[in-house]
Write a protein that binds this ligand. Structure first.
Ligand SMILES: Nc1ncnc2c1ncn2[C@@H]1O[C@H](COP(=O)(O)OP(=O)(O)OP(=O)(O)O)[C@@H](O)[C@H]1O
Ligand SMILES: [Mg+2]
Length: 112
């Protein structure tokens, strides 16, 4: 099992959630986060002064999936999340040691 942690544009969340659900990825967790990538935020100018907003609001989407489903989920997130402009986001994939479904006590893949 792997955990997919995707930092995405917040306005893309609805469409990504819908497409993931259509493909069978129902369970997920979202967070409102602030972050920065390579551009270190954005420079803004107001009258004569320039200042920098170095942490921009983004949405983090986490879902745990079976190893064989990782590429499918990543493809959905990339297809919908990509605008081609800077700030489209980033995806991290982490190994998951165990999953326990609290209500039933099931463990492993079947518990996802
Ligand atoms: N190395 C990183 N570690 C943790 N979070 C990151 C990292 N890079 C980006 N992020 C998160 O992803 C968000 C979006 O990053 P972003 O898409 O701007 O990455 P980038 O590498 O600058 O790519 P681009 O050049 O397309 O903007 C950031 O606001 C931050 O929350
Ligand atoms: Mg960036």
């Amino acid at each position: 099992m792997k955990k997919i942690e995707a930092i995405i544009r917040s306005e893309k969340l609805g469409e990504i959630k819908t497409a993931l659900a259509t493909a069978g990825f129902i369970g997920l967790t979202t967070f409102e986060v602030k972050g920065r990538g390579r551009q270190k935020g954005i420079a803004l100018s107001y009258r004569t002064s320039e200042y920098r907003v170095d942490l921009l609001p983004k949405t983090k989407l986490e879902l745990v999936v079976d190893d064989k489903d990782v590429e499918k989920a990543v493809e959905i997130i990339c297809d919908i999340g990509k605008t081609g402009n800077i700030g489209d986001g980033k995806i991290f994939i982490l190994p998951v040691g165990e999953v326990i479904r609290v209500r039933t006590g099931e463990r492993g893949k079947g518990a996802v």
